[in-house]
Design a protein around this ligand. Structure first.
Ligand code: AMP
Length: 225
């Protein structure tokens, strides 16, 4: 099963992506997490990507596109994948569609989490990242994924690991820029969403991102077979 998942930063896309990946045993390929891992490890890719990410800009396509297309060729992707955070603009969408077609790979589902911009922004500053695993969702404002307290500090609710914030989540201008890109339906991410929604083949699952995590999961799962 091959899945694309879309949603603005703050929509719970990463959380839902992780839940789906676990349930269907798919690799959860998150472009942002790949960049953050490279930054953490100080790789050349990480060094190149960091300045763009800190500002909320997209990392240039000539870096991002090959990184993702190569990732999809790895062995663990043979039986399916869920791709999260890519494509982020129209060029990436068209390039991905062509690459899949050339490789004879079908896209089965396009999941879109719909959330008004104002709500997405409010949600971003409260999220916390587990240092051990980016797929351990924590958010100080949501009971279902609230970090737990240990020795007077907040730690990951899944594994007890330390938590950190993303620099681009605490910077107002970077948040706004990421949303400018997401909600742009001419060349930005909404253009990519609309591009995939009009393709024949994949089933489109559009869900309201405002309810609780569990309710959003249920809405997605009832259409995912
Ligand atoms: P995310 O974790 O999805 O919010 O991504 C964090 C940051 O990584 C984004 O704000 C971009 O700077 C960069 N990034 C992630 N995915 C892409 C992509 N498909 N194209 C370009 N830059 C990306």
């Amino acid at each position: 099963m091959n899945i694309l998942i879309f949603g603005p930063n703050g929509s719970g896309k990463g959380t839902q992506g992780a839940i789906i990946a676990k349930k269907y045993n798919l690799p959860h390929i998150e472009s942002g997490a790949i960049f953050r891992k490279n930054i953490g490890e100080g790789t050349e890719l990480g060094k190149k990507a960091k300045e763009y990410i800190d500002r909320g800009d997209l990392v240039p396509d000539d870096i991002t596109i090959p990184m993702i297309l190569n990732r999809l060729k790895e062995d663990d992707c043979k039986n399916g994948w869920i791709l999260d955070g890519f494509p982020r603009n129209k060029v990436q969408a068209e390039t991905l569609a062509k690459a899949l077609k050339d490789e004879g790979i079908n896209l089965d589902y396009v999941i879109e989490i719909v959330l008004p911009r104002e709500i997405a922004k409010l949600r971003i500053t409260g999220r916390r990242l587990c240092v051990n695993d980016p797929n351990h969702p924590n958010h100080i404002a949501f009971d279902a994924i609230k970090p737990v307290e240990k020795d007077g500090k907040l730690v990951c609710r899944v594994c007890g690991g330390d938590l950190k914030t993303r620099p681009d989540d605490q910077d107002d201008a970077a948040i706004d820029k990421r949303h400018d890109i997401y909600y742009d339906d001419k060349t930005g991410t909404m253009a990519a969403v609309n591009y995939f929604k009009q393709l024949e083949g994949p089933k489109v699952i559009s869900v309201d991102g405002r309810p609780s995590i569990q309710e959003v999961t249920d809405s997605i799962m009832k259409d995912l077979k």
